[in-house]
Design a protein around this ligand. Structure first.
Ligand SMILES: Cc1cc2nc3c(=O)[nH]c(=O)nc-3n(C[C@H](O)[C@H](O)[C@H](O)COP(=O)(O)OP(=O)(O)OC[C@H]3O[C@@H](n4cnc5c(N)ncnc54)[C@H](O)[C@@H]3O)c2cc1C
Length: 476
């Protein structure tokens, strides 16, 4: 009997020790979150670390249905502070734990809600960045082509001609940097632009600048390159349009931007309305100055003042074909690097054709703009060149030219700005974090070398980098 009692006692002891062991294995609710703070639209993962649980219920605190997954994912659609409660259960009991999740308003709350105005370098770069981030967007472009101030003509001569931007105002290695490629040698052929045969015209007196002076000039000046057999347009077209070009809505001139509500409303000239949570405006400073776009509410006074203060130069390019090269590499009028210069467009290129270019900007354009038409401008230019080169311009002129007047381009209204003085935060500041500015309103790289080169304002590279940066600002 004693033995039986001992056995019973032993069983009871065993029972209690198992029972005590169950206390150790009692259900314990536990979870971690992939983030403690998120944006509306972000997917949050809740990772289960519960002990001894057989089932779970999750209440995300936003009136969404209760989840029963072990480690669910959840997306909040409204900003706020949410208590997430999780119950872990087994057949012995239930244990509860909770955590707070802070959900902020997302800069991008729904798909397809970023609109870029303008398909120039800045707009295409912004689009490329959005594409990489998997964010949907549309580009509204006023004209029927992409590139903005980057355009080419491939029929005029036996080499393609840059009608707008032409020089790479930097070391060629910057090209790789702009498209996020490793290495310093771009996969497109370039030409170091350091012409040594340069004439200077002051008060109609022509003189040759000594070679050594030019060598010294280049030593002090920024290094410049040109594309050898291609153009800036080809570079942009090849590197920035993949999957992007299909999102451009051409012939869509934006005439008004209303940023009163949560969604920005853009209206185009043909009356079509677009809505977007964010807008990236890349039109030139010239277009902003012309008030071609009406803003509601109207632009802040500081923004208007900043736009008016920044210089935006009028200008044109003229390309003339000759049967012989009677001219040097460069004819600088007034001063080297000044407002007006003639240049051998074929410098360093694989070309047989002789094309002389005239780049006139700022005040130097006035004498030409006073003339009746482009034919009169060409006549005046030939006459001027005849004066410098003993009538050789008339002798060799083949009668064909391209006149690209950027001042009269409605959607550009000039050439560029190299006005560093007037740069200001006001010029670039967003409108209520809804309408962002890119292009030459942006001067983030004015004084910081990138890849050993200064990113000068009003250049293609500053337009591209402004496009990248504005997307990072919006999305991060
Ligand atoms: C003659 C000339 C020579 C130059 N030379 C050089 C050079 O050698 N090297 C260099 O680096 N840079 C040069 N530049 C400057 C360079 O071209 C520009 O800085 C750069 O291309 C600007 O790009 P962006 O995208 O900011 O603006 P843009 O190219 O002007 O693009 C803006 C786009 O917005 C569109 N748009 C305008 N208004 C509206 C609207 N209301 N609705 C919808 N779309 C609209 C326009 O059609 C355009 O496509 C030159 C420019 C010119 C004109």
């Amino acid at each position: 009997m004693k033995n039986i009692n001992l056995i019973i006692l032993g069983l009871i002891t065993l029972f209690f020790s198992v029972s005590c062991g169950n206390e150790e294995t009692a259900v314990k609710a536990c979870f971690t979150t992939s983030v403690a703070e998120a944006n509306v639209g972000d997917e949050i993962t809740f990772t289960n670390c519960s002990g001894n649980a057989a089932s779970y219920t999750w209440d995300f605190g936003d009136n969404s249905s209760i989840a029963t997954d072990e480690s669910p994912k959840h997306i909040y659609t409204v900003a706020g502070e949410y208590i997430v409660k999780m119950e872990a259960a087994n057949d012995k009991g239930v244990n509860t734990t909770s955590q707070m999740i802070i959900v902020a308003e997302s800069p991008i709350s729904t798909a397809e809600n970023i609109i870029i105005v303008g398909a120039g370098a800045a707009g295409l770069a912004a689009a490329k960045k959005l594409e990489e981030k998997g964010i949907s967007y549309q580009i509204l472009e006023a004209t029927d082509k992409l590139g903005g101030r980057i355009q080419k003509n491939k029929n005029f001569a036996d080499f393609p001609i840059d009608l707008g931007a032409e020089w790479i105002h930097a070391d060629k290695s910057l090209l790789n940097y702009l498209i996020n490629q490793p290495g310093t040698e771009p996969n497109v052929e370039t030409v170091l632009y350091q012409p040594l045969d340069v004439k200077l015209v002051v008060d109609n007196n022509v003189s040759q600048i000594p070679t050594q002076e030019m060598v010294d000039y280049y030593a002090d000046y920024i290094t410049e390159y040109k594309f050898k057999n291609t153009t800036w347009f080809d570079f942009i077209n090849e590197n920035f349009t993949q999957n992007v070009a299909q999102n451009i809505v051409y012939n869509s001139k934006v005439t008004s931007i209303d940023y009163t509500g949560d969604q920005v409303v853009l209206t185009t000239e043909n009356g079509t309305e677009y809505q977007a949570a964010k807008v990236i405006l890349t039109v030139s400073v010239g277009v902003l100055k012309s008030n071609a776009i009406t803003f509601t509410p109207s632009l802040p006074a500081e923004k208007i003042a900043a736009i008016q203060a920044v210089e935006f130069l009028p200008g044109f390019k003229l390309f003339m074909k000759f049967s012989d090269q009677f001219y040097p590499d460069v004819i600088a009028i007034g001063e080297l690097g000044g407002e007006k210069s003639y240049y051998d467009v074929a410098y360093g290129k694989d070309a047989q054709d002789h094309v002389l270019g005239l780049l006139a900007i700022g005040n130097s354009t006035e004498e030409y703009y006073a003339l009746a038409n482009s034919d009169s401008i060409v006549s005046a230019v030939i006459q001027e060149l005849d004066g410098y080169f003993n009538g050789q311009a008339s002798q060799y002129y083949l009668g064909s030219y391209i006149y690209e007047n950027w001042t009269q381009q409605t959607y550009t209204q000039g050439t560029w700005t190299s006005d560093f003085e007037s740069s200001s935060d006001d010029l670039n500041a967003s409108l209520d974090d809804k309408v962002y500015f890119a292009g030459e309103t942006y001067n983030g790289y004015g004084f910081t070398p990138v890849q050993g080169s200064y990113i000068i304002r009003g250049s293609v590279q500053s337009a591209i980098l402004s496009g990248y940066d504005v997307v990072n600002e919006i999305t991060e």
